[in-house]
Design a protein around this ligand. Sequence first.
Ligand code: C2E
Ligand code: MG
Ligand code: MG
Length: 666
Amino acid sequence: MIIELDELQTAIWIYDIDRYCIVWANQAALKLWNSPSIKELKQRDLKTGLSEAVKNSLLQYQQTFFDNQVHQENWVFSPKGKEVQAFCQFSGYRLADARMAMLVEATTSDMHYSGELFSATTIISSFSYTGDFISGNPPFIRDFGHQVSHLRELICDVGMLEDIYNHIEQAEHFENDVLMNTVKGKTWYRLFAVNSKFTSGDPTILLHHYNIHERKATEEVLRQQAWTDPLTGLLNRRGLTHSLTRDVQAGTPFTLLYIDLDGFKLVNDASGHSTGDTVLTEVANRLRHNSISDSVLCRFGGDEFVLVVYESLLHHNLVNLLDQLIESISMPFYDHQLNPISLSASIGLSRFPNDSTDIEHLILCADAAMYQAKKLGKKRWIEYQANMEKGLKRLSDLSQKLSLAIEKHELSLHYQPIIDMNTKKIVSFEALLRWYNPELGNISPEEIINVAETTGLIHDIENWVLNRALQELLLFKQVIGQHITMAVNISGLHMAEANLCSYIFSLLEKYELPPSDLIIELTESVLLTDIDTENSPINYMTRNGIKLSIDDFGTGYSSLAYLHEIPASVVKVDRAFLNKTENNTVTLECIKTLVTSLNMRSLIEGIETQHQSQLLQSLGFSLQQGYFHGRPQPLDYYLSSSFTQKYSQLAEASVSPNKMITKEPR
Ligand code: C2E
Ligand code: MG
Ligand code: MG
């Protein structure tokens, strides 16, 4: 058997652990030990130069050999002062006197051994129970230098050091990835620590570790990438969940701020994604700058951010923080040409653990509060209150169903007439969107538009409205038998879309309608963001003959000062002015005078009584719209012979068509 072993390429020897000498070796082992003969090798005193740490390790192995354990490690030997690295398998070997020796099988070509630990050098060191350095093998000295005096100098994380001590104290085996201070800087090792009881004197801590830095560094890069948003460098949704999971497990109370930008879609659509990205990066910087220390900031989605505040801030401090955040986002941003862009932010708040102990639900609560803040007029913050998330549920229900509404033929249009009181004739119709869903019933146009804007469906829906309204205008022209126009409401978000202009002109061409047959109704706040740009879609459309109406005039904040800059032909005064017409008479007269001086026509909406109609006519408001003149009705109503007969009689008689009042079908 010995002869057979001699012929093996693997170096094999038997080491007497107690006497520090080799008692047998094969030819390959002689080569590894750089020894001319077995006799010479047996005579070598291997105790000299052997560190305490290695001595202890071997003694520890000896104990484990009684249980038939086998160890595989990458060891460094120094035969005649020259280092040799070999992959070794250590197992027990009973000597003739029954003492336990160690059989070593070593191969220097370790390449075919896979596995990180097998290709990493075993670094061995020993420390006293209080952490004082005792000794280390040569690889240890190479990595940690000659100056090591205490274990605490090596372990970067104090918590990890404590953990090692605790394991040792309880005579347990410690094993973990540990970041250590080496002569080359911080390095990751797989570290094993055991309580060694085999030396005379005090027990020691025996460490074995293997360099795993490369793997850890790769893992760290991947983790960073997986947890951060590449645009802003903030945590992403995944990173936030990881961070919150830790807080929830630790029971650390926090307040979660869900921050959503108001009007960001408009920026992206109107100025392009590159400007959008610049703005988002700047938003992240401002939020970062205004957050208090010890908070976590995350880009949660497109234009949504989450800030987690840990300090149990006094109420007024939290209020200050919120106001500051909103204020900072309200300061102008600039695009690449340094044109100002204005935005604002709406914030919802939820608290852990008060509002929920579930992370997803907490975020939903803050989101629901944010949604509420938007509904109440944006640029504000709202704290979560019970059941707020029901609003969100409705939003999600509506958006799902709305996405199918066109193909399921659930949308329709009602038309409300606009009368010229001078001729008592219908001069225009306003197309008003209706949606009936079998499960949800009738949904108000305000809610439809809100959902459509939130979900991005607004383009499809309003394109559908434009197509249907212009198509049906052809029929109205036949019924009414005179020049008539169609007014269509367009959302600011849709207005910013690049393709809208060409779509509208393609429809006009398709139905062979002149551009002046179409009136686009826009609210004043939308108009104000667009009037500065010479080539804005609005300017392009009006230059090419499409008419523009300023809708709901007087409800926004812009009003008179900017009116002359808007290329509108009609100003639709909001029905809010009709509430106390008498009190508002002076205001209405002023508006009328101003509008006329700007070569525009004024129209008053929401006229419900004959009294209102007459009073307004006397103030010069000849264009009128309201239930008194006719409720919004579907096309069929106007096509019916009862309407056509009534209308032709009324027009002939030149009396107010108030008898046309009908109840709008639901
Ligand atoms: P709007 O553009 O100001 O339309 C006039 C609204 O006032 C209509 O409400 C109409 O039914 C209502 N109204 C008309 N006369 C009277 C009256 O005498 N008394 C009262 N109390 N109300 C009157 P509706 O149809 O519910 O539409 C509400 C809003 O929804 C519209 O206000 C418009 O802003 C929006 N909307 C409707 N369709 C569309 C659309 O296709 N696109 C967009 N962006 N918005 C739309
Ligand atoms: Mg309108
Ligand atoms: Mg209106």
